[in-house]
Design a protein around this ligand. Sequence first.
Ligand code: AFP
Length: 345
Amino acid sequence: MASSLDAHLESQCGNDPLKRQVGTTIRNLATAAVKLRNKITAGGEGLGQAKGGTNAGGDVQKELDVVADKIFMEAAEASPLAFFGSEEQDDAVLLKPDAGLAMAIDPLDGSSNIETDVTIGTIFSILPVEEEHRADPSKVFRQKGSRQLGAGFFVYGPQLLLVMSMGNGTHVFIFSPGFGGFVELNASIAIADKANEFAINASNYRHWDQPIRSYIDDLLAGSEGPRERDFNMRWVGSLVADCYRILLRGGIFLYPGDGRKNYAKGRLRLVYEANPVAFCVENAGGRATDGTTPILDIEPEGLHDRTPLVFGSGREVERVARYIADPSALAERSPLFGKRSLFRA
Ligand code: AFP
């Protein structure tokens, strides 16, 4: 019989008081995710409709964004959290001043996919709170991702999944209505080292820097190019779905910085998107970088910082870093570099 989420958290946390607080928080998040999943499944008009407001990053808020933020805020209030930071709120909120943890969350990832019934998710990152953070709360979400005590994401797709890590492997749980809770689906994921698929929003091709164009050109050239084999492409547009696919069958995801206004560091958020994804990916044997620095080593300047993000199969992520570090060396190798682009047929 598969282990339950409860049993897994019990074994991960042992008698360590701080880890037990992480366990309690993840249990509360799991209950909240079931609540949100029930709202999504019940449907009803308007879940994907704009509310008329914008969030901290200037994205238009949908009805379901607001519902999700409320549900996870309630879960946070019931948890041993001193600080709570959400994509949907400008500033971090003080909850229980003496508690040991802080949590940053994207309550509803992929909200532009709501009305088309495509997979969406919730992404969370749990950090320790030190005395210096109580003295100056602005520092609490400036901790590197490597300091996360627990991180993961819920996937609201055909099934409700929880992908999580407490720094000791990456584990997948599935919500079982019959059991009334989450049961283990994959005890420890290992990302394939070799990638056969890539994920990128190729409509931004003209805005990318040359190393990213070159890298994608070489993938597209397939068996006729320097890679001498074909690659498939997938882009869901919900980070949780793209990440789960890559955890399962390898591949690479890129959301680089580009030349559009306000996209110098891409679109994704470091603290509550890239960090938790990187934590799960690295704990599954993959890699995550902003192109030059491992994501988990970046010191955020604030809760809503953006970062370029490249993650997935280790060898492929290293290859992208090489394109960025030394494009001139690749120019000699790539038959397409500097020539007519495949995207400009
Ligand atoms: P939304 O939550 O606004 O739909 O954004 C989703 C997301 O943050 C991430 O989940 C996707 O990978 C990425 O943005 C998609 O961005 P593009 O729409 O630029 O492709």
